[in-house]
Design a protein around this ligand. Structure first.
Ligand code: TMP
Length: 212
């Protein structure tokens, strides 16, 4: 597949508030690309399977307490420990669909009151996504979807702050997707956008690094 010698997989990120539908959409998107014969993998951050990821997981479920800065750096470390594999996969032609990435890292920590530039710094040098799909939904509507669980950040007042910090991060490779519509409608829209992106990367669009 792909005609250019610089052909590579695409790095596609799904972002949004808790319960915006990201997880469902990212797995459907992965299945769709697989069905077309593309090499594709679905990853999620935090990756709770590593030892860093286990510390994050116990923090999120309120089983442990950590300083806000410390947990921010753990989330970032959890991406850095996957960086080399991420780049290998992309260069090898595999498209990666990421359920959350550095934008979640910055948006959630800033919503706690941490400084924006401080939050962005540890992410510098990670592979930059070719496309960020932001699934837009109000916290009230998200909360109605089966209700929030017991995880640390699942509160409406906090999610409203997260929205504000996402807005600061919005860049030219972002697509805002109205996530209040039926699942199938959203799915179709994402398919078209992502397929375009995958083709660009097959044709050798260079991979850049954060924060670009
Ligand atoms: P999840 O529900 O998608 O597994 O994400 C767990 C929570 O962690 C979610 O509320 C968003 C938050 N989060 C951060 O605070 N920083 C990060 O870097 C990431 C990836 C997620």
């Amino acid at each position: 597949r792909g005609s250019s010698s610089n052909s590579r997989g695409a790095l596609v990120v799904l972002e949004g508030l808790d319960r915006c539908g990201k997880t469902t959409q990212s797995s459907r998107l992965t299945q769709y690309l697989e069905g077309l014969g593309h090499s594709v993998e679905l990853w999620r951050f935090p990756d709770r399977t590593t030892s860093v990821g286990q510390m994050i997981s116990s923090y999120l479920s309120n089983e442990s307490q950590l300083d806000d800065h410390t947990v921010h750096l753990l989330f970032s470390a959890n991406r850095w420990e996957k960086r080399s594999l991420m780049e290998t996969k992309l260069k090898g032609g595999t498209t990666l669909i990421l359920d959350r990435y550095s934008y979640s890292g910055v948006a959630f920590s800033c919503a706690k009151g941490l400084d924006l530039e401080w939050c962005k710094a540890p992410e510098v040098g990670l592979p930059a996504p070719d496309l960020v799909l932001y699934l837009e939904i109000s916290p009230e509507m998200a909360a109605e979807r089966g209700g929030y669980g017991s995880e640390r950040y699942e509160r409406i007042d906090f999610q409203n702050k997260v929205i504000k910090s996402y807005q600061v991060l919005l860049g030219s490779n972002w697509q805002i997707v109205d996530a209040c519509r039926p699942m199938e409608v959203i799915e179709k829209e994402l398919q078209e956008t992502v397929l375009d992106c995958v083709k660009k990367c097959q044709n050798g669009a260079p991979l850049s690094h954060l924060w670009s």
